[in-house]
Ligand binder design. Sequence first.
Ligand code: F0G
Length: 415
Amino acid sequence: MADLTLGGETPAESTDGVWLTCIECGETLAPYDDVVYRCPACDGLLEVRYEEYPTFDDFEGVGVWRYADALPLEEGVSIREGNTPLYTVPRIEADVGVADLRVKHEGMNPTGAFKDRGMTVGVKVAERLGVERLACASTGNTSASLSCYGARAGTEVLVLLPAGKVAAGKVAQAALHGARILEVDGNFDACLDVVADLADRGEAYLLNSINPFRLEGQKTIGLEILEQSREATGEWPDRIVLPVGNAGNTAALYKTFRELVEAGEMAEGEMPALTGVQAEGAAPMVEAVREGRESVRRWEDVETIATAIRIGNPVNAPKALPGIRATGGTAVAVTDAEITDAQRALARDGVGVEPASAASVAGLKKLRASGEVDADERVVCLTTGHLLKDPAAAAAAGAEPTPVPADTEGVLEVL
Ligand code: F0G
């Protein structure tokens, strides 16, 4: 079982109070000496660790870099990411039946998804490491974000996408920002296997969420949720419900909470219950949580309308599963029809999201109906990507246009 305990001695390898630790064997590494994604000793996942963890008083400014004291660097390659809205959703709140429901809309980031929070940090680390080419496998949003941040940094970007399974908006972003796009005859997991191999051979710097620096930026989702909730309601949420693909956000949110506990800002019992949602056709994390297992079984065949989370081998499971357990959370699978219903419900409350994002609301609804979520809970649902990412899914879920002649009488006739 992974050891996610913070604190202890600062190792000699640290630079400016920052280092990398293997969560499996405890090996410590210098942060910027070599390009490394996994533990060289045991292949375990790496985590960024700090000599000191900040308190809320240490934060100033807006957006991701408000939280610089919780990040490995003081500034990033930035296009003003973060500071996304925490919306009330009155109709869904009433329909689901919880004490308070808010939606943290990460689709309001510069490229329309939460990925920008990780890239502003990860692409800056890449600069520091002096790499020449950035790369990722992607169900779409990671590639759109990396293409944009790579362009901003002036570094070449290579993206591997599962052919025919990436929503149009995302491919368009990667294309216009100038990435080299390779369409792979295989699913996301196969793309990740190939790009991780290329990275190991020194062909490119990998910016998937296995990269520990990217997850540092994504911690700021948690910090914003806590600060915005307290400002809006006076309290932190009891539960955060989020869509799960590679489980990077689940891992990052748990790290946010652990660091706040270490800084003395949060009691362990105050950690919001991390609640993951997957599509029924791609639910290896749900299977692992429900069966009480410590690792996930890779699903070879995955399918869902929520193409962003069409993933069968969640690489961050060893960091995320302990988070779900330690916070008293759970995981649930939803059908494509439930996802589309939730996408429509969010749209009626004025929040336009892509299908994967709506999974969070669909999952909450299901868990409330089964009684696993109580009526007195204060809940935040994370919506991870913007409606315009997947125009085809939005159009299919929405109203049909009515053809009319080009005159007022003809228009009045159909009204
Ligand atoms: N929601 C959206 C819109 C996503 O694009 C992703 C992941 C997730 C949720 C899952 O997040 O991996 O942290 O559990 N998209 C990746 C990509 C895989 O390539 O864009 P996670």
